[in-house]
Design a protein around this ligand. Structure first.
Ligand SMILES: [Zn+2]
Length: 599
């Protein structure tokens, strides 16, 4: 057996040699701009004939569209990699803003194209998207047309887009600005420190309860001081959104987020219903955790407290081999793909200064390759992250022959392959650990994630739902917003905590994101959807891979209910699938409860 030594530094030169100084890159950006201008002109010059004849022009238009979108993605992904590997790359920043403005031109042209679709009669449209050249795009084209039809006139929507800059997105940016100035006072070992919001929130996973409690006290105080300004920010942001919905005649605030995620409301309701029915087991876990920490009940600031300590360090090569071995137990394609990704230096994992925090996976469509970014320091959670990002890369690999227009999947299915890959590795880690304490640490880590997705995210969803209802009637005062949050948390955590975080609406960035509304339930959906598939995979064994990849290929060209029906033969509007998915999480809790019974 040969022992490979994988590089911990990625290879970007295969795309454009020379980083942000690359002539090839500069030429490519020029080509991208030309391509977008070509697409824009094609759209402007189109007056639909409103007959089947339109299919020829439309087909041509779509190839311009695909070409522009691919180039934009390629350039954006590459520059994103440059910025991540060196946060001081000034040239990369200016290239990045160039790409952002090209993206805006592209989006505007796309909006006009979708508007053209609405001028075509329904019967003509049906025949048009059934023609040989267009039928594979039938779903995405019809979806774009339906969305455009539900909006106001072209002029009114253009006006809204203009007003959004200062009247909507600006509120989100103001939030970021306020938060960036917030300092959380905290004294450790007699030294008074001023922590940033990010530094302070990291302390909630500190093993020392006194530290967590002290930070939380300061944390609530700090957010309380900003509550009136942040309440105003949230009210205006939500008010703008609601005014637009009202003008468009959209009554349900969930209409837009559900349509972005290509799912039915009944699916969402069924998912939450099943989760709620099984909350008791999660409460049992929280109570056990409290007991293990010597407490009556947990408080909000105990939820991320680690179980015990693990000193285990896994060297990069060992982590890589562990992932490869366990992926191979699932399927050959995933294993071969992964080996290739390591060998061809698709991964930037080195622990060195100057890199951006966090991890991501990005796809470069012109080369049909992905790049993974992270900082690997040898913790068990680094191994999970690596597996997670490889899962994303495998999703893109499975879709490599799918036309680019059919590759734009939504947030709720975006995490399917990544969660799936992470599960394979996390389960294997728990199983392979002989040491009971270490097993508990790993299990606890998995369960904490379940609690976050089934309880914390649920609280966010319940809060937003009730907040938006009240906001429809007028401005909601800061104290009232906190009351709504407290009620949502009590419901989501089944009254099992000692202290809650009523100002969570202020401290959580997600409520102020303007890109998409309700930035919460797609997380829970994605997690359980993936676990449901994982449960099926375990039942069916090794031959499952083909089926799995076929599902991944269709993730961006179907509604989720149809996707699940076609590939998993399950009905997402019924409880069975969700029961099974939640069941896999509960099994972890059973094991945890059993192992800690006598402690
Ligand atoms: Zn992910």
């Amino acid at each position: 057996m040969t022992i490979n030594t994988y590089s911990e530094v990625w290879n970007l030169d295969v795309f454009f040699p020379g980083g942000s100084d690359s002539d090839e890159l500069h030429n490519f950006i020029v080509q991208t701009e030309e391509s977008i201008k070509g697409f824009e002109a094609k759209v402007t010059n189109w007056t639909p004939l409103n007959t089947e004849e339109d299919s020829h022009y439309l087909q041509e238009l779509l190839s311009y569209l695909e070409n522009s979108a691919k180039k934009l993605t390629q350039a954006g992904a590459f520059i994103g990699c440059l910025l991540a590997q060196n946060t001081k790359d000034k040239k990369a920043y200016s290239l990045d803003s160039k790409i952002t403005s090209l993206g805006a031109v592209f989006q505007t042209a796309l909006g006009s194209l979708n508007h053209h679709f609405t001028t075509i009669d329904d019967t003509v449209w049906e025949r048009l998207v059934a023609t040989e050249s267009l039928k594979e795009f039938s779903f995405v084209l019809t979806e774009s047309r339906e969305k455009a039809k539900e909006k106001l006139s072209k002029e009114e929507e253009a006006l809204i887009s203009t007003l959004e800059v200062d009247g909507y997105h600006s509120w989100g940016q103001l939030y970021d600005l306020i938060v960036s100035k917030i300092k959380v006072p905290f004294s450790e070992n007699g030294v008074e420190q001023q922590l940033s919001v990010g530094q302070a929130s990291n302390k909630f996973s500190n093993p020392d309860r006194e530290i967590r409690a002290a930070v939380f006290k300061s944390w609530e105080l700090v957010w309380g001081n900003q509550a009136d300004i942040l309440a105003k920010t949230l009210n205006h942001l939500a008010g703008f959104r609601l005014s637009v919905y009202q003008k468009r005649g959209w009554e349900d605030v969930l209409k837009e987020p559900l349509s972005i995620n290509r799912m039915e409301k009944v699916t969402l309701e069924t998912m939450w219903a099943v989760i709620s029915e099984h909350k008791q087991k999660l409460v049992d876990y929280l109570n056990r955790k409290a007991k293990l920490l010597g407490l009556e009940k947990l408080s909000w600031f105990d939820l991320e407290a680690p179980y015990g300590k693990t000193e285990t360090k896994v060297p990069y090569q060992e982590g890589a081999n562990f992932i490869e071995r366990n992926f191979a137990l699932f399927g050959e394609k995933l294993a071969d793909f992964t080996k290739n990704a390591f060998e061809e230096q698709w991964i930037e994992a080195e622990d060195r200064p100057g890199k951006a925090p966090g991890g991501f996976c990005t796809y470069l469509p012109e080369n049909e390759q992905s790049r993974i970014f992270m900082t690997y320091s040898g913790t068990p959670s680094n191994v999970s992250t690596l597996a997670h990002e490889l899962g994303h890369a495998f999703h893109s690999y499975a879709m490599r022959d799918v036309p680019f227009l059919n590759c734009n999947y939504a947030m709720n299915v975006a995490e399917t392959a990544s969660t799936f890959a992470e599960m394979i590795v996390a389960d294997a880690a728990v199983k392979n650990t002989k040491d009971e304490e270490e097993k508990l640490v790993l299990l606890d880590d998995k369960i904490q994630r379940t609690v976050a997705l089934l309880m914390n995210i649920h609280a966010r969803f319940l809060f937003e739902t009730s907040f938006y209802e009240e906001r429809k009637l007028g401005t909601v005062a800061a104290d009232r917003i906190s009351e709504l949050m407290l009620a949502a948390q009590k419901e989501a955590y089944c009254d099992s905590l000692d202290e809650y975080h009523p100002l969570f609406w202020a401290s959580k960035l997600h409520f102020f994101i303007t890109d998409v509304p309700f930035y919460n339930f797609p997380y829970t959906f994605g997690y359980l959807f993936s676990l449901g598939i994982y449960a099926q995979a375990l039942e069916e064994g090794k031959g499952y891979e083909e089926k799995y990849m076929a599902l991944l290929r269709d993730t961006a060209s179907m509604k989720v209910e149809d996707l699940a029906q076609k590939h998993l033969q399950v009905d997402l509007t019924q409880k069975d699938f969700w029961e099974k998915a939640v069941g896999t999480c509960l099994a972890d809790i059973d094991e945890f409860l059993e192992l800690t019974e006598k402690k």
